[in-house]
Ligand binder design. Structure first.
Ligand SMILES: C[S@@+](CC[C@H](N)C(=O)[O-])C[C@H]1O[C@@H](n2cnc3c(N)ncnc32)[C@H](O)[C@@H]1O
Length: 221
């Protein structure tokens, strides 16, 4: 059952733990990852494809859900996306606002999005679903489906599991997290009503322990 916490009454205990953990490391995280995309051409390629798809569809703004300090939000904006960010951590939101004052950032939870039905043209969840316990991911994807307009696009990034259909907890440096076999998360996207259009897995970089996966899906009725 959800426990009460001061930010979102009724939220799960792990959500409060995640928020507190990211509040503590937010400044360091922002410094470490500020220019990380510069060295990741494959990650930028997925973001570029996503930006092109949402521009072609033009059915609403893009939400960067679990935006952290806003580096991906800002990158998408440079690609022409009309994008805003939402994150659990107030410190992350404060940093994002300070660094990118031309963009909009608000505190909120992925599990209870402060967004109306079918308002978005796109959703990016870049290493943010990883902190939600696997048994709650189906409800989160239902929430994504609710807020996305017809023909809208979703882009997920996450660490890969070792086995082909596994999801497993790992010792993430900030707080508890889960890595997924792309096939398994893709199946949950399909169960939620999405069409999975592309999957990319890249090898770990020098400072990464696991393969990195990217799923691109769309809402087609
Ligand atoms: C690994 S960081 C990624 C941040 C950003 N996407 C990036 O790539 O720089 C994970 C972020 O997800 C946020 N987050 C985790 N669980 C969340 C939830 N349930 N709702 C909203 N944000 C969440 C954390 O506060 C944190 O900022």
């Amino acid at each position: 059952m959800p426990d009460s916490t001061e930010d979102f009454p009724g939220e799960f205990t792990d959500v409060a733990a995640t928020r507190n953990a990211y509040d503590e490391v937010a400044d360091l995280y922002a410094d470490i990852f500020r220019h990380q995309l510069d060295g990741q051409p494959l990650d930028r390629a997925m973001l570029a494809v996503f930006a092109e798809l949402v521009a072609d569809n033009a059915s609403g703004p893009v939400a960067d859900l679990g935006c952290g300090p806003g580096r991906v939000t800002a990158h998408l904006a440079t690609l022409g996306a009309q994008v805003f960010g939402i994150d659990l951590s107030p410190r992350m939101i404060a940093l994002a606002r300070a660094e990118f004052p031309h963009l909009s950032f608000d505190q909120g939870s992925l599990e209870r999005l402060p967004i109306g039905n079918e308002e978005l043209g796109g959703i990016v969840a870049w290493y943010s679903l990883i902190h939600i316990p696997p048994d709650r991911i189906p409800q989160v994807l239902d929430e994504f489906y609710r807020v996305l307009a017809d023909k809208g696009h979703v882009l997920l990034a996450f660490q890969t599991a070792d086995l082909s259909d596994a999801v497993e907890a790992f010792d993430h440096k900030v707080t508890r997290a889960y890595r997924w076999a792309p096939k398994r998360l893709a199946r949950l996207l399909t169960d939620a009503g999405f069409t999975v259009n592309a999957r990319m897995v890249r090898e770990p970089g020098a400072d990464e322990r696991f393969g990195q996966a990217y799923l691109l899906a769309s809402k087609v009725r």
